[in-house]
Design a protein. Sequence first.
Length: 94
Amino acid sequence: MIQMTSKPYTQESPDTAGVVYIVEDDEAVRDSLKWLLEASSYRVELFESGEMFLAKFDPNAIAVLVLDVRMPGMSGLEAVSYTHLRAHETAANL
């Protein structure tokens, strides 16, 4: 059995806590998800497109990624593909 635990963001340990990245083109959905997660003490970063997310993506970050699959421009599936490529490039350079 897999047991999952969460470690919410706290002011005492901001450098060890992860972040929830939300990539969503609908502003109302982005804001609602942010409000919901921050109410549970998670640190959240919002992006309105896959391109904007990838410009700041750090493959070494402890993170969870919530993506809209259908967005104008780069789809969420394309953005995930790029994150995998970057993670493999980073690992190869270690």
